[in-house]
Structures are given as C-alpha cells and as structure tokens.
Write a protein that binds this ligand. Structure first.
Ligand code: SF4
Ligand code: SF4
Length: 292
C-alpha cells in the first residue's frame, strides 16, 4: 500500500489530541505505515517554517484545535495555511472537538473562534468548498483508535459513511451508553452512585450524558481496557457540538424528569417506563457488587 503523507497542523489547542494519539497501542506500526511531513511533537520530514514557506506534497491534512482568523503559526495565519494545503490533499481530518465544533476555545479571547466547518451545531460558510473532503473525528480528546482506524480507511480507499457533522458512522452512530457495564442499573433506575465505585448508573442524578452522546467509548475501550463510565465517572458528552456544558456532575431536571432524555425517547415513554421500574426494587442491585 502507498505511503500516506500527513500534515498535522495545530490551531488553538492544548495538544490533548496529540497526547491521546501518542497513546495508540501500535504507534510504531502506524509510523511505519504513514509519514508525517510535519507534526508538532513527532520527528517529521520538514520544519513548520518549511511547511509554511513552500508547498510540500501531502495526502491528508489533519487539523487539531480551533480556528480563528487572528491565530498564526510561524507568523502565517492558520486560515492561510489551510487554504494553501487543503486543495492539494485527498482528505482533511478535524482532530478533536475544537477543530470540529470550536470546543472549549470558543470561550477564548481570540476573535471568531470556530471549528473548520461548524460553530457548535451551526454550519459555517468559510471553508464550505472543503466540506466534501472533510472527516470529523470529534472528542475531547479524540479516541486514538478512532483516529488511526479512520486514517487506515483513507489509506485503504475505504469510503466511510458520515453523519451530519461529518463523523464516521462506524464510530459515531452508537451512543456511549451502548456497552456500558451499568446498563442494568439504568434499566431499574438505580443511581445510588458514589463516584469511582462499581455500582449505580449516573444518568438520573450524576450528570451522565452517555444516552445522548454519539461515540464508541464503551465499544472500543480506552487504552484497550476501560471507559469513563465503567470506572464510575459520568460521560461529559465531549464528542458533541454542545461541549463543554456547565455543571457536569449533576443531572439537570424539570419536575424530577431529566432535561435531556436518551436519544429518541419521548417524555411520555420515559415517564411510563419510569413508573413501571419504580414499582420494583431489585435487592441484588441495591447491594455492593463484590461484598458477600
Ligand atoms: S452510567 Fe451512563 S453510560 Fe452507564 S448505563 Fe448509566 S447512563 Fe448509560
Ligand atoms: S465517555 Fe463521554 S466524555 Fe468521556 S471520552 Fe467518551 S464521549 Fe467523551
């Protein structure tokens, strides 16, 4: 298979996606299969100065971090660097929620901070001509396996089906709730949870956004072993355009009903099911899992 040349461009970022990417368990193999013409922390074929002063051959442009017309790299506007390389590449990948939706840096002092194609849920026009060649890998940070599998799909000319935010459905058609080991507690409405403990679902009181967050965190485990909800922390919805929200550890409710319900579940359905499950008490689910 052809060696694919990657350009990793950093916008306004904390570099967490780079850190997460470096945790990919088979990074040595990846680096044998792809060449970074430039990456901010990995050995690369060119310096950033050479990248901005010349037009180097490249197949995939990866953008990490939010974009603002004021923001520069090597004294060149990030938007001009994108305009220079985007027409030449086969694909553009927005790496993380900031590059995709603007993310946490939307609240920074830079002017007009957005993602490449979206300002939260709103589509922006600036780079509209690049829409058809972009794939969004949202997440704060990205899941390394999802980024790497997407890059291998590009390398293998495998067409990925994308959702409305250009995220590959293979990874983002699921919700984080799919595969969580606490599903039984969810079904019987047991949220007697203490953070970090094995028992209880965190949807009802502790802010878990997994039933309405598109990602595969409980299907493709982090570091191949675990996920946030499995270890006892709520999902913060970091792959969604609305990230970050406030009060991440509490469930916002109206008259006792969570403001955000699982995707596709109407209030009437929710109340009917809640009424039924409330009538039952399952002693096994009230106990500590590992106690005798
Ligand atoms: S803790 Fe979150 S992901 Fe797990 S079952 Fe409850 S709502 Fe779903
Ligand atoms: S569990 Fe939720 S907050 Fe955590 S990484 Fe996955 S999508 Fe993001």
């Amino acid at each position: 298979m052809k060696m694919i040349k990657l350009l990793w461009l950093s916008g306004i970022t904390c570099n967490a996606n780079t850190h997460s990417f470096l945790n990919y368990p088979f990074i040595e193999q990846f680096l044998n299969d792809f060449e970074f013409i430039y990456h901010p922390v990995l050995d690369s074929s060119y310096t950033l100065q050479e990248i901005v002063s010349n037009e180097i051959e490249c197949d995939v442009l990866l953008i990490e971090g939010s974009i603002s017309p004021e923001f520069q790299r090597a004294d060149v506007s990030i938007e001009d660097i994108i305009r220079k390389y985007a027409p030449k590449v086969q694909k553009i990948v927005t790496v993380g929620t900031c590059a995709t939706f603007g993310g946490i840096f939307s609240q920074s002092d830079y002017k007009d901070v957005t993602g490449l194609h979206f300002d939260k849920e709103q589509k922006n026009q600036k780079f509209e001509n690049l829409f058809d060649k972009t794939i969004s890998i949202s997440g704060c940070p990205i899941h390394p396996e999802i980024l790497v599998n997407t890059l291998y799909a590009i390398k293998g000319d495998i067409a990925l089906r994308l959702d409305n935010f250009l995220r590959p459905k293979e990874f983002y058609a699921y919700t984080v709730h799919n595969g969580c080991v606490r599903n039984e507690y969810f079904e019987y409405k047991v949220d007697a949870h203490q953070f970090g403990e094995l028992e209880g679902c965190m949807f009802y009181d502790h802010g878990c956004q997994a039933p309405f967050t598109h990602a595969s965190c409980n299907k493709i485990l982090w570091n191949e072993v675990n996920s946030k909800t499995r270890v006892g922390l709520p999902c913060f919805g970091c792959t969604e355009p609305t990230f970050p929200k406030a009060n991440l550890f509490t469930t916002k409710k109206n008259m006792g009903v969570p403001e955000n319900l699982p995707l596709g579940v109407g209030k009437r359905v929710y109340l009917t099911l809640a009424g039924i499950t409330k009538a039952f008490k399952i002693p096994r689910l009230e106990k500590k899992l590992l106690d005798d």
